[in-house]
Design a protein. Structure first.
Length: 348
């Protein structure tokens, strides 16, 4: 059976090419020319983040590598620090090293938030400190705003740049009593994703001061990212900004309701117990293999996709999966989700 409903905002009918094209056709107007969406997107992101300039990239991997390369060349240093489970290190085949010759210092406990003391323990002079908001691989947890202020201030005092991996910054903002511009103002450069919370097709934007972005544009071209036909990606992202950005707090409220129902049920539990953003993890008393088998069977039987994949655990009898609430997730009642999770073992 095809996927009829998806709890994850990263998959499901809303992501199908036909549905995206249908919505895009309704959104586009004759007044928007082929070159306009990219310019409009860059200006809009720069304005939201309070930065001088912003630059479209076809991928977040390229955007962040370009930012780090610029910071390395401007400081004459080749090392950067961040959380041990930072996306740059875990999910991108260490491209920072293979392509740019940079070194990564994992700072702190891989299961806890990065702290100022963790950064101070790094002995080598740094080109940049990378802070991911929220920290996806530990359940979408967020540092306190005061901690962010202290960490980014320390980075600058050491002559390093502060870079925000804001792939989910749109969602992270819901966890702070601060605007996007106030959060971004703590950092020299900020990367935001266009396809996660915004449900875009692909792409990213890097924002910062004019000189840094001009330098990053050189690396974008060198890495093959200066594509001339980027307007469809930008237009889909603009559509997502119109539809999804105003609803981020609604997504977080629903994530909290889902987490409460799951925790109250008692079969599984969430991390965090009360989600700080629309993203959280669900921990199951099942092996990774059994959970993924049960999830496939759930799709076959009902057309419901509960999660994309399961995460392993040091205890092979347990695993976890990620929930990222978007428009599609609002279709799921909290009690329904708790019952679907409780019913997973019966599908093995």
């Amino acid at each position: 059976m095809d996927v009829l409903r998806s709890l994850s905002s990263y998959a499901g009918p809303r992501r199908s090419p036909h549905e995206v094209l249908r919505r895009l056709t309704e959104w586009m107007t004759p007044e928007v020319g082929p070159e306009d969406p990219v310019r409009l997107l860059e200006e809009r992101v720069a304005g939201l983040l309070g930065k001088q300039r912003a630059l479209f990239f076809p991928s977040g991997t390229m955007a962040q590598q370009s930012a780090l390369r610029v910071h390395a060349e401007r400081t004459g240093r080749h090392a950067f620090a961040g959380h041990p489970q930072t996306h740059l290190h875990v999910w991108e085949n260490q491209g920072y090293s293979a392509v740019h010759g940079l070194r990564f210092h994992p700072a702190g406990d891989r299961h806890a938030l990065l702290t100022l003391d963790d950064l101070k323990s790094v002995g080598e002079p740094l080109a940049a400190v990378v802070i991911e908001l929220p920290q996806r691989d530990i359940g979408g947890r967020l540092p306190a705003f005061e901690d962010l202020q202290a960490q980014t201030r320390w980075a600058r005092e050491q002559g390093a740049a502060a870079h925000c991996d804001g792939a989910r910054l749109w969602e992270a903002q819901t966890g702070y009593d601060a605007s996007l511009a106030e959060i971004a103002g703590l950092f020299d450069t900020v990367y935001v994703s266009l396809y996660k919370g915004l449900e875009g097709a692909r792409g990213a934007v890097l924002a910062g001061d004019a000189e840094t972005i001009e330098h990053a544009a050189v690396w974008r071209r060198r890495l093959g990212g200066a594509i001339v036909d980027a307007w469809p990606l930008a237009a889909i992202a603009l559509m997502g900004m119109d539809e999804n950005l105003p609803r981020m707090r609604e997504f977080r409220a629903h994530a909290r309701a889902l987490a409460k129902a799951i925790n109250d049920d008692g079969f599984a539990h969430t991390t965090p117990e009360v989600p700080a953003t629309p993203l959280f993890h669900v921990h199951l008393p099942m092996s990774k293999q059994d959970a993924e088998q049960a999830a496939r069977k759930l799709v076959e039987d009902t057309g419901i996709k509960l999660f994309l994949y399961a995460r392993s655990n040091p205890d092979p009898r347990r695993c976890a999966f990620e929930v990222s609430v978007g428009i599609s997730g609002l279709d799921f009642a909290p009690r329904e989700v708790a019952e679907l999770i409780r019913g997973l073992p019966s599908r093995v």
